[in-house]
Design a protein around this ligand. Structure first.
Ligand code: DAH
Length: 346
């Protein structure tokens, strides 16, 4: 009987040795340690044996059971570890791969345009200054020869800030043009002055393909002794040449703005039809780019500059139209829609 047990143990361990997958362990356990196994049968027959034999065989059978259970646990552990190692290999974890790169944005096309314009003027000796988007009626209108009842106010649908003085006036607004910064510069800086003033402006208007209630402008101001209309034309020609290209034709015509005298408007030859006339330019062949003029003596005087000593020119233009013309974009609302499919193109 003892010999039989020894043989059983040897067979069981040999078989266990040759097992390679966890699946095969359970049948092995049933065969050698289960209720119907030879070992259990031996243990069951013990009671029928005389005491001495029962002790010896019982101890041996128990030793075989403990030994087989221990080997089973060891084998289980070894197989689990082998499987883990294998699956890590199959996933092909390559620790030398570079990490995922971070998403990086870029400047908005209007900001890019603003920077480009500022760079051109900075290279001509201009300085970039900024002013507040919420401003006083005074800087936006009064200081620019646009008093309360002036019809020029009607051309700029103004968003007023809901704030009243004791006398019932509403003196605060969202600036309707960056010319409000020109008012402030004339009041605070002393000649020689050469500045450009970029920023957001607001009009109380419904949006459509060519209007949004917020858009971008840039104004410019030069004040010094002996500044003339030819300085104005020379500076703006040079800007147009650099921004739109050498061959683009430029046209100046008279225009009216209360804060300049004389006033002018600058247009460039239409980029789509080259002057033939098309839908974009309303069949005129020209596209208006900016307003300009010689700063009105009263505007200078109000800011503390003597118009007998100093003369000045000023200009102002909308920014949004420039990338629209350049990239043939037909709806200005696209710029403000936060649609990345659109913005990623620039
Ligand atoms: N502020 C004007 C507008 O928004 C544009 C303008 C015209 C600005 C003439 C100027 C200027 O500085 O001299 O329509």
């Amino acid at each position: 009987m003892l010999q039989q047990l020894e043989e059983l143990k040897r067979n069981a361990l040999q078989e266990l040795e040759s097992i390679n997958t966890a699946k095969e362990l359970e049948p092995w356990r049933v065969r050698y340690l289960g209720k119907k196994s030879d070992l259990t049968k031996v243990l069951r027959t013990l009671t029928a044996l005389p005491l001495e034999e029962r002790k010896a065989i019982g101890a041996c059978a128990n030793e075989v059971r403990v030994s087989l259970e221990g080997s089973l646990r060891q084998k289980e552990q070894a197989l689990r570890e082998a499987e883990l190692a294998l699956s890590a290999q199959e996933e092909h974890v390559d620790v030398t791969l570079p990490g995922r790169s971070l998403l990086r944005g870029h400047l908005h096309p209007i900001t890019q345009t603003l920077h480009e314009i500022c760079d051109i003027f900075v290279s001509m000796g201009f300085q970039v200054v900024e002013g507040p988007e919420v401003d006083w009626d005074y800087y936006n209108f009064e200081a620019l020869n646009i008093p309360k009842e002036h019809p020029a106010r009607d051309t700029m649908s103004t968003s007023w800030v809901d704030f009243e003085t004791d006398s019932g006036e509403r003196p605060m607004l969202l600036r309707t043009h960056t010319t409000s910064v020109t008012s402030r510069v004339i009041e605070t800086m002393r000649p020689p002055i050469r500045v450009v003033e970029p920023g957001k402006v607001y009009r109380y208007e419904a949006s459509d393909a060519t209007h949004t209630p917020m858009f971008y402008q840039i104004d410019g101001l030069v004040v010094d002794r002996g500044i003339t209309m030819s300085d104005l034309k020379g500076t703006l020609y040079e800007f147009a040449r650099r921004f739109f290209g050498e061959d683009r034709k430029v046209r100046f015509r008279c225009d009216y703005f209360p804060f300049v005298e004389p006033g002018a408007e600058m247009a460039i030859e239409c980029l789509v039809c080259g002057g033939e006339g098309c839908r974009l330019c309303g069949n005129t062949g020209w596209i208006e780019i900016l307003g300009a003029g010689m700063t009105h003596p009263e505007v200078l005087q109000r800011g503390g500059l003597d118009p007998e000593v100093y003369t000045s020119f000023a200009f102002g233009m909308g920014i949004d139209r420039l990338p629209m013309l350049r990239y043939r974009i037909e709806d200005t609302r696209l710029f403000y829609s936060s649609d990345l499919r659109f913005l990623r193109q620039f």
